[in-house]
Design a protein around this ligand. Structure first.
Ligand code: F6R
Length: 592
């Protein structure tokens, strides 16, 4: 949930750290800080706000030195204040650390360190790392041993970088990512390859409990016993560097518009892998589908498609709940996990638990070098490019595409997705072309107290997804409801101030949806219909194109989600919210 970066080399470190942090800001953006080493002293500046804001007020880029560390924070322990921002000094300011993760035993460690005379300045769990390092370094005067000893005391998940005043940077990880980037002009330690992709495409992914020491031109990796270890370098895609907003005002809007291009190419070069997935899925007794948030909504649609078209027994469980319902997972099961980042802690936890029970692990990720990809038996990549906006958009529709391709293959093309992919893309383009109309709709509905999104059958997961997009981007309370459940409770909430979006493409669910719409309208609510056909019951009509050659309504989810994404985006603008960085959220949720 935080990003950390360290650099030791020949370039001025401060501008480089600031740029790296800007690129990784998706991981957390409530406060920022950097520490540089100059003439044997550690300089430190930090503040509350986004990287550009804090740089604007504190002039971070002007800090001197060629070695340093940096951090953007997503608060877990301790409020969003300058003092709680990272890096944190030890007592004598001779060590500074930046941490991502949660140190579960921080209270015990803090008490122990206070008894030894250490003075703490922040309310964070992370500060204990600086004091432990100081404590062991004072004892042993051996940097490697003090890092080993410190790590052996930490419980929980961590990746940290520490700057020592002698000009050394070190770090370690456990269940949080830490990656070395190496280039002629120096070495990086970063939470994400985006931290150094502008400089190098050579990345070394550290194993759990590895310890790294970066000097100005070399790096050494040790295991937790202090033995030298080699980790192979991976070449990562330079295209990840392309994360500017182009002609768009926000990453979110850019990413919404990137969907047609991403959908044109997703899966095309992975047909063999898709075939392999189909074989594994058909052979399993039960396929468990999992993910968090938007990726979980993809898993829900996958259940419909695999059951109805692939005739596969599939169960869906959100990753955060998976650990509580492990019964039934065994060596005849397959777990198919969905995750854009491949770093979501809940998903990784579910996958590890299922793996232990003997299940085969398949995954669909956007980052082929992610932790999830690396622990899967096989994985497919959505390859939609970096998704910077916190709200998942193009990663969702590309995940869906891969699921459609798999289901279509399993039913020998009866779904009609692969044969009609270009028509689906044309339909999406048509919705995107009408983008400006959504500004007017957002103007009308933005004072809403509540927005309900209704869908039946395979459209219900899109109702959930639409509601999630609306709440995270506009902060309006929104709820996705299975239309058939309306009479079983939610109808009590409907009144003249309610806004209800009905997903109603003309398929077998349509007549019942219109009946529900009338029941809602009778209670005075405003009805927004998303459909290929108008109806007098809609107060506002959002048209989605019909695809004549496809009979099956199961294709609509990938189209009907687009107007919901655009509407949520415009609601955020009308309500003066930055859609790229919704409050309290982070792009990559690496804590449980
Ligand atoms: C919502 C959103 C989140 C993510 C969730 C899982 O717009 O982006 O709900 O979908 O945090 O993230 P990944 O897919 O990276 O595992």
């Amino acid at each position: 949930m935080c990003s950390i970066i360290g650099y030791n080399g020949q370039l001025f470190v401060a501008p480089l750290l600031v740029d790296s942090l800007k690129r990784m800001e998706y991981r957390g953006y409530d406060s920022v800080g950097i520490a540089t080493i100059n003439n044997g002293k550690i300089l430190l500046k930090k503040g509350v706000g986004k990287v550009l804001e804090v740089d604007g007020t504190l002039d971070l880029k002007s800090m001197k030195g060629f070695t340093g560390i940096g951090h953007t924070r997503w608060a877990t322990h301790g409020g969003v204040t300058e003092i709680n921002a990272h890096p944190h000094y030890c007592c004598t300011d001779s060590i500074a650390i930046a941490h991502n993760g949660i140190i579960e035993n921080h209270r015990e460690l803090k008490e122990e360190l206070i008894d030894l005379g250490h003075v703490f300045k922040s309310d964070t769990d992370s500060e204990v790392i600086a004091h432990l390092l100081e404590n062991y370094y004072n004892d042993q005067k051996n940097l490697k041993k003090s890092v080993m000893k410190t790590c052996s005391r930490l419980k929980g998940a961590y990746a940290f970088v520490a700057a020592f005043e002698d000009g050394t940077i070190c770090g370690s990880r456990y269940n949080e990512p830490l990656i070395i980037g190496t280039v002629d002009t120096g070495n990086f330690l970063s939470s994400d390859i985006l931290g150094f992709i502008e400089f190098t495409d050579k990345a070394i992914f550290l194993d759990n409990r590895d310890i790294v020491i970066l000097d100005s031109n070399t790096y050494q990796i040790y295991d937790s016993d202090g033995k030298n270890v080699d980790r192979t370098a991976t070449q990562v895609a330079w295209e990840l560097a392309a994360i500017d907003k182009g002609k768009y005002s926000h990453h979110t809007l850019k990413e919404i518009h990137e969907q047609p291009k991403a959908l044109e190419k997703v899966g095309i070069s992975s047909l063999d892998k898709i075939e392999e997935f189909c074989k594994v899925l058909s052979k399993s007794k039960t396929v468990f589908l999992t993910g968090s948030g938007t990726s979980y909504h993809c898993a829900l649609i996958a259940k419909h498609l695999l059951s109805n078209f692939g005739k596969i027994h599939a169960e869906t469980l959100m990753s955060s709940e998976f650990q509580y319902t492990l019964a039934g997972v065994d060596n005849s099961s397959v777990l198919l996990a969905f995750s854009q980042s491949g770093e979501t802690a809940d998903v990784l936890h579910a996958v590890k638990a299922a793996k232990q029970m003997g299940a085969k692990i398949l995954s669909i990720v956007n980052v082929s070098t992610s932790s999830l990809a690396r622990i899967s038996d096989s994985f497919l990549v959505t390859s939609c490019g970096p998704e910077v906006g916190v709200a998942a958009t193009k990663s969702f529709t590309t995940q869906l595409s891969l699921v459609y391709m798999i289901a279509d293959r399993l039913c020998n093309g009866c779904l009609g997705f692969s044969a009609n992919r270009s028509l689906v893309i044309d339909a999406i383009c048509e919705v995107l072309d009408s983008e400006k109309e959504f500004c007017g709709i957002a103007e009308k509905i933005h004072p809403a107290r509540d927005i309900y999104v209704l869908g039946r059958s395979i459209h219900y997961p899109i109702a959930l997804e639409g509601a999630l997009k609306i709440k995270e981007l506009s902060y309006i309370h929104a709820e996705g409801i299975a239309a058939g459940e309306l009479k079983h409770g939610p109808l009590a909430l409907i009144d003249r101030d309610s806004y209800v979006i009905i997903l109603n493409p003309s398929d077998s669910t349509s007549d019942r949806n219109i009946a529900s719409a009338h029941e809602i309208k009778a209670r005075g609510a405003t009805i927004i219909g998303i459909s290929d056909l108008p109806n007098e019951v809609y107060d506002i009509f959002i048209k989605i194109p019909k695809i004549p050659s496809i009979e099956c309504g199961a294709i609509y989810p990938i189209i009907e989600v687009i107007p919901l994404q655009i509407l949520a985006y415009y609601l955020s603008l009308v309500r003066n919210i930055d859609p790229d960085y919704p409050r309290n959220l982070a792009k990559s949720v690496t804590v449980m």
